[in-house]
Design a protein around this ligand. Structure first.
Ligand code: SAM
Length: 273
């Protein structure tokens, strides 16, 4: 694969001018793309579900790392470039044309694997929440390596008592580990977006707490839906929550942003009891 044409040439030859509506900001620096492809760990022979391959920069890096890639792309203009790339790595790249929000990654991949994506941030956040709220745990994905706006990345890895801490942090951290793997400067993209980005790496916890995700979702939606309110007010509508606060000795005058991930898990468990 060392003699692939430069990405700029592929983009020009296939007329892939970046479309704002599809959140297209392409990465062309192959060294940076190789660094992103290393975030999940060794990929030789591993299955990778890539969302939004575009002209295929990140896809190339994944293929160079030895991965077997299933990629979902919404923009039909990119398909010929991706078909060309598939020819460079026979049998290791399957492209699905469509909207990733409507495609079941587990079924598309067919075996457990890693998810890697550089997506428009609204699509990325919606997919992330879907992957984090699966009923089955450990999930079909072994890790998530996702590019986000820096501000969203900060919310995913946030700790309590910070402005960034909220529902996304709890969903990402209560049965998984989330970290910022790589800050990415806006100038790395073509065209450059207005804000900085970061690659987030999430892996499922080995011993997830035995609590239903629906309880965690209900608690965090209520608590952070009114984040400035005291818990005794914001959790009023969650059956059993006020009793659970009392049983656990959690001060009901506290606000959601002070409640740790472990305390949310304990509350969810107490609701079960
Ligand atoms: N992966 C390429 C890279 O790193 O240069 C392209 C990244 S660009 C930020 C986002 C890509 O996601 C575009 O190719 C866009 O067409 C695609 N995309 C946007 N919405 C999508 C969706 N709902 N499903 C699948 N792909 C989508």
């Amino acid at each position: 694969m060392s003699d692939l044409p430069p990405l700029r040439e592929v983009i020009a030859r296939h007329g892939l001018s970046a479309l704002k509506a599809l959140g297209q900001n392409f990465l062309l620096d192959e060294q940076l793309l190789d660094r992103i492809a290393r975030v999940p760990g060794p990929l030789d022979g591993a299955a990778v579900f890539e969302v939004g391959p575009g002209p295929g920069g990140l896809t190339r890096a994944l293929l160079r790392a030895g991965a077997e890639v299933v990629a979902v792309e919404h923009d039909p203009r990119c398909l010929p470039a991706l078909a060309e790339l598939a020819g460079w790595a026979p049998g290791r790249l399957r492209v699905i044309a469509g909207d990733a929000l409507r495609i079941d990654g587990a079924a598309a991949l067919g075996r457990p694997g890693h998810v890697v994506a550089n997506l428009p941030y609204n699509v990325g956040t919606a997919l992330l929440v879907g992957w984090l709220t699966l009923a089955d745990w450990p999930p079909w994905w072994r890790s998530l390596t996702l590019m986000f706006q820096k501000e969203v990345a900060d919310r995913i890895v946030a700790r309590p008592d910070t402005d960034a801490y909220g529902r996304l942090a709890v969903l990402a951290q209560w049965r998984a580990q989330a970290r910022i793997a790589l800050p990415v400067h806006r100038s790395a993209f073509t065209p450059p977006p207005k804000v900085m980005s970061a690659v987030v790496h999430i892996v499922p916890a080995e011993a997830p707490p035995g609590v239903s995700v629906r309880r965690i979702e209900a608690l965090t939606a209520a608590a952070f839906g009114q984040r400035r309110k005291m818990l005794r007010q914001s959790l009023k509508g969650v059956p059993g929550a006020l009793d659970a606060l009392a049983a656990l000795g959690i001060d009901p005058t506290r606000r959601a942003e002070t409640v740790t991930v472990e305390e949310f898990v304990a509350l969810a468990r107490a609701l079960h009891a």
